[in-house]
Design a protein around this ligand. Structure first.
Ligand SMILES: Nc1ncnc2c1ncn2[C@@H]1O[C@H](COP(=O)(O)OP(=O)(O)O)[C@@H](O)[C@H]1O
Ligand SMILES: [Mg+2]
Length: 224
């Protein structure tokens, strides 16, 4: 079983809001092989975030099946979902969401401590990850003292802190200017291909999408 993510018939309806009911996902089938990097391309409002949140166990679907790293998550309770999310899934948001009162290194250490990694080991891994994305001289800076591109690179390191099998990134360079976006995206691709993990990366930048292994388009609630 070499698929890292398998979504089958995923549906999602939002019942509150205007209009009262929006069917965002109408039966999503997606399989991501080990080591594969998939671009999820769609215009704003098409449901990219909804799909990534469901795949990352941050939100629940109304129907369908989710398998992550060979584990069937269908009908699983909160504690099983949390355990798999913590161990096997890394998530990157458009905005970095780093903890402002902690340094870059500490932001990468904390998820490891939550996962039971000893502090010394967590610290060494955090520094190594930050070095890998060119931030060796920034490890002890707080987010406010970092540029937007640096903040996002720290967020990449945080998402990989617990060596997940699946990385989900929701427009990870969407907040950056084009030149920075390109650099930061290269850093992300280097991290991903260096570890052999599987990734789904949402973007509406077709140039970035073309650098991934495969492009899927979300249109009318289904993938094409
Ligand atoms: N919590 C929510 N409640 C109601 N509607 C929502 C909610 N989240 C998203 N939506 C709606 O679902 C659709 C898809 O949103 P989203 O997944 O954020 O799209 P994208 O990430 O592609 O921009 C949009 O029409 C949005 O307004
Ligand atoms: Mg979105």
């Amino acid at each position: 079983m070499s698929d890292t993510l398998k979504l089958t018939g995923i549906t999602k309806v939002y019942k509150r809001g205007t209009p009262a009911e929006v069917q965002v996902l109408r039966g999503i089938d997606l399989t991501v092989a080990k080591g594969e990097v998939v671009a999820l391309v769609a215009p704003s409002g098409a449901g990219k975030s909804t799909l990534l949140h469901i795949a990352g166990l941050l939100d629940t679907a109304d129907g369908g099946q989710i398998e992550i790293a060979g584990q069937d998550m269908t009908g699983k309770g909160d504690s099983a979902r949390t355990a798999v999310r913590r161990r096997d899934v890394g998530f990157i948001y458009q905005f970095h969401h780093l903890l402002p009162e902690f340094t870059a290194a500490e932001n990468v250490v904390l998820p490891q401590l939550a996962n039971g990694v000893p502090r010394g080991e967590a610290n060494a891994r955090a520094r190594k990850l930050l070095e890998d994305v060119g931030l060796a001289s920034r490890v002890d800076h707080r987010p406010a003292a970092l540029s937007g591109g640096e903040q996002q690179r720290v967020a990449f390191c945080r998402s990989l802190a617990n060596a997940p099998q699946l990385l989900l990134a929701d427009e990870p360079t969407g907040n950056l200017d084009p030149a920075t976006s390109d650099q930061v995206f290269s850093a992300l691709m280097q991290l991903v291909t260096g570890t052999g993990l599987s990734a789904v990366i949402a973007t509406h930048n077709l140039e970035l999408a073309a650098r991934m292994d495969r492009i899927v388009r979300l249109d009318g609630g289904v993938l094409t």
